[in-house]
Design a protein around this ligand. Structure first.
Ligand code: CO
Length: 218
């Protein structure tokens, strides 16, 4: 219980600090949010979306799940995308994976993790779709990093498969999906240059030369 009291105390300190630095801080946030970006990331506690992008409350609309998976039949994720695009009019959807992702690692592991195995099946599908390229990498660490990147690639494509995003593109709206990956070890985000601003681009992402990812250091 002590640790929870600690959270509440820290919250009060934070609120006081925000108000001291900017007296209108909460007043401004009270009635609306105007985030320009939707962030789809991993639930991992080491990847706090706002913090690593240096963004304040109100600046980033966020959806997180284990291994940053986008499944068009996942009502939760699709509803977030819908709200972000149709109501908040975000211009950028960022799918950000991270190296050392426990979800991605568990997906390659034969040992059962219980219920989450069903969710990680989507990552396993990514692995199976790119098995040949993965098998060509000798180092276990490099193969794992590459799978984390491939997972971002496939999830960017999945965002482009949702009806919300397809409709927005069909109407010629300014909306771009990006694929990034975060390094827990150094705090840096790497742009994987996976970018789609149209259905055509989302489809051709699969033809990118993936060898360049492999050139990254272990
Ligand atoms: Co993760």
């Amino acid at each position: 219980m002590k640790s929870l009291e600690n959270l509440l105390r820290k919250n009060r300190e934070w609120a006081a600090r925000q108000k001291r630095d900017c007296p209108d801080y909460f007043k401004k946030l009270q009635y609306h949010q105007r985030p320009e970006y939707l962030w789809i990331g991993c639930s991992d506690s080491r990847v706090p979306a706002n913090d690593i992008c240096g963004l304040e409350a109100g600046e980033l609309f966020v959806h997180r799940n284990v291994a940053n998976v986008v499944v068009p039949s996942d009502l939760n994720c699709v509803s977030v995308i819908h709200y972000a695009v149709e109501e908040l009019h975000v211009k950028h959807i960022i799918v950000c994976g991270h190296y050392g992702c426990g979800g991605v690692h568990a997906a390659c592991d034969e040992a059962s993790k219980g219920l989450v195995d069903n969710w990680l099946m989507h990552v396993r599908e990514v692995q199976e779709a790119h098995q040949k390229e993965l098998d060509a990498i000798v180092s276990d660490a490099a193969r794992f990093r590459f799978l984390c990147e491939l997972n971002v690639l496939e999830q960017v494509k999945n965002v482009g498969r949702t009806t919300v995003v397809r409709n927005a593109w069909k109407e010629g709206r300014d909306l771009t999906v990006h694929g990034w990956i975060y390094g827990v070890e150094d705090g840096l985000i790497h742009d994987l240059h996976l970018k789609a601003s149209s259905t055509e681009q989302a489809v051709t992402i699969s033809t990118l030369d993936k060898a360049r990812f492999r050139s990254r250091p272990d």
